[in-house]
Design a protein around this ligand. Structure first.
Ligand code: ADP
Ligand code: MG
Length: 269
């Protein structure tokens, strides 16, 4: 009942979703081609399980992540997504967040005029506050402590969210949000991309800390290296909008060696 259960999910994106709109900007969506992207994705993530999703560029990994959080550009044509016994597809993105779902974006968005610290407090208030009251002072101390652990300068909290942040700072900022919100289901879209080894270890540590709190996770990555620190329960390969293989860490290792070639040819048959 606490599991995230995705069944036979088909998702389309409107061709004109590539037309830049304020909403697209707000979600940081790059211009795209559109059409039917996901073609029958079935996946169950249980509490505390870490699932890794790999696959070539354009296979639909981010589409799955965005659909799970309710991005308006992605239309579910068929299939279902249940979490905590609720029909997720009927819920607004905010309601999904309240249910404990969290997405770290592949392309974190800049929010001009919104200081990062204020953003975090707002997010915490809307997602967690009713259950976990905390004074402003205690909240600030908690955030400062977590920022220090993540190697994010305290001054970043006074800057507008992601504005002028380096690639690494953006990713750390995403992890800080996750750490503050303590989701029960976290989807991380290439959070390890562009991080140096030290930053990646820190990120992996945060993920492990959440896992010990029984957070379920879908970690989208291109790199085998983060798997060394993560010890995922299951590794999936997505090609052409379908999960074409699932297995243990050995699957990720064989992809590192041989690439996606064998899956690509299977997909064409
Ligand atoms: P991945 O994350 O695996 O690289 P994506 O889910 O980003 O793949 O993209 C899969 C396909 O869906 C691509 O062909 C892309 O052009 C298309 N697509 C994704 N998002 C959009 C969008 N917002 N508008 C139009 N097309 C999109
Ligand atoms: Mg992607």
């Amino acid at each position: 009942m606490n599991d995230l259960v995705i069944k036979n999910l088909y998702v389309s994106v409107a061709k004109d979703a590539s037309t830049p709109s304020p909403l697209d900007d707000a979600w940081g969506t790059p211009p795209r081609t559109g059409g039917e992207i996901l073609k029958g994705v079935t996946l169950t993530i249980k509490r505390g399980e870490v699932h890794v999703l790999m696959g070539p560029n354009g296979s639909g990994k981010s589409t799955l992540a965005m659909t799970l959080m309710g991005h308006p550009a992605y239309t579910v044509m068929k299939g279902s997504v249940m979490y905590q016994g609720k029909n997720v597809l009927k819920l607004a993105p905010e309601a999904r967040a309240k249910l404990g779902m969290f997405l770290s974006f592949q392309h974190p968005v800049e929010a001009p005029g919104v200081p990062f610290g204020v953003f975090l407090r707002d997010a915490y208030e809307s997602v967690k506050l009713p259950k976990r009251p905390i004074s402003v002072a205690a909240f600030d101390m908690m955030v400062a402590g977590k920022a220090a652990t993540l190697g994010l300068a305290y001054t970043a909290l006074a800057r507008n969210l992601n504005e002028g942040f380096s690639g690494g700072e953006k990713k750390r900022a995403e992890i800080l949000q996750m750490s503050v919100l303590e989701p029960s289901m976290a989807i991380l879209d290439e959070t390890d991309s562009g991080l140096d080894v030290d930053a990646m270890r820190t990120v992996a540590r945060e993920i492990t800390a959440l896992r010990s709190k029984r957070t379920g996770m879908l970690v989208i990555t291109h790199y085998q290296r983060i798997l060394k620190y993560l010890q995922p329960d299951v590794v999936h390969v997505m090609v052409g909008g379908r999960i074409v293989a699932s297995g243990d860490r050995k699957l990720a290792m064989s992809i590192e060696r041989r690439g996606y070639y064998s899956y690509l040819s299977k997909e064409r048959l």
